[in-house]
Design a protein around this ligand. Sequence first.
Ligand code: SF4
Length: 351
Amino acid sequence: MASPPVTGSAETTTDLASSRVRVFPVVGEPLFEALRVGGFRKIVVQVPAGLTRNAHDLAAQIRAATGAATVVLTRACFGACDLPSPDEAPGAEGAVVLGHAPIPNVRSPLPTYFVEMRDPGGDPAALARLVVDAGLPRHLGLVASIQHLDLVSPLTAALEALGTTIRTAPGDRRLTYAAQALGCNYTTAEAVATDVDAFLFLGTGRFHPLGLAFAVDRPVYSLDPLRATLEPPLDRGALIRRRQLLVAGCRSARRWGILASTFVGQDRSPMARALQAKAIAHGHEAEILLFGRLDPSDLVGRDLDAYVCTACPRIALDDSDLYPKPMLTAPEFLMALGELPLEPYRFDTYH
Ligand code: SF4
């Protein structure tokens, strides 16, 4: 079956449609030229934790190429949901964000230049042969991290030439590209889940395979295009049973902390207020706790029984063991209140 091209989603905000947000595949002259045209006197540079070593060279290159002053933001950054703000970079007139794609429904506080760090590496024919020889199901959904999105089309062609049907789809307004994986939103996979027997994630690490395993009721295989390795699916049933046990343990909680983020793309304040109202309607106490980047020590010593996190859903799913009290996602909280059944499990998709 022919797959839709991996191009920008039809739904974009005025940010993406305007010059307020620009996107570049890699660091290079087109980026520097666009920054010069922007005429910025001061530029803030933000890089995610895995690319920290690139930050200082990038800032120096920008200074040399544009004549602008630069500052490097040092706080940890995990996504395009917590873009640099004018308050934390006083005087900055523009921002360069490395390693992330824009999130269409997140407004940039500053004119922002995204460098997605696309990596075209990987041999599509050899990778397709690896997948077929491993005996994967012949109807697959395909999603990729932003760095490896350019490989989706050639890998699709290579797999289809070997008789495997590949489905990809655009996501919702939080995703810029078809087939794109974002840790809080796998609507590109959910859109084709009923048509496929398994998913193939193209990228590295465990972060996206774990999120996908929660989001879609299908096995998720991981294909690292650079190392040419194929990992078997995580045990989805075990992952979900662990969360259901946590939910069951929270049913006796009476004093709830509702966690809400101040980051521009993690702020679900209306959801936090709605959950607070539900908790109170069920006879519980509930306080909304505001934070930017949450640290486990922020929750130490609080007289609360459990938390529900309305910020990044991966805080509760990936890191709840680090916190002093149980932490649920929003759908899990509704399960604990008895407003949603435990089955089917619902991933906390951030729309
Ligand atoms: S909300 Fe979480 S998963 Fe989503 S982009 Fe931000 S850090 Fe990533």
